[in-house]
Design a protein. Sequence first.
Length: 139
Amino acid sequence: MLVLDANILIRAVLGSRVLFLLRKYVELVEFLAPDTAFQEAREHLPAILERRGVVVAPAMAALESLLGLVQMIEFETYAPFESLARRRLTRRDEDDWPILASALALECPIWTEDTDFFGCGVGTWTTDRVELYQAEAAS
């Protein structure tokens, strides 16, 4: 299992590497993201797309299609870990607490490019290293 940060969802829409990895390993690794990660991606993606001159509607549809590869974690699953997650993210980006709380609730690492999670007591994997995690999970 891997909990995906919103920046990974956005990268799956904008680039090819993340989407390739999701498709390649979806049968071997359970990919999950809290509902707030999808919400954050929905909020930020249109502005990013407009700056890049990309048509918004197809990209937003691509984001929604990720729900076929990434299971959404509901609030009730990670809410009991809010306080602990917020404490571990103090003086960092506390708004990311649902990502950390999800990882704590499911006892699994986070796939992110956000350094705010480094040193928070949960394993973190960046895109350039996540294939190592997936190889270990497959064996």
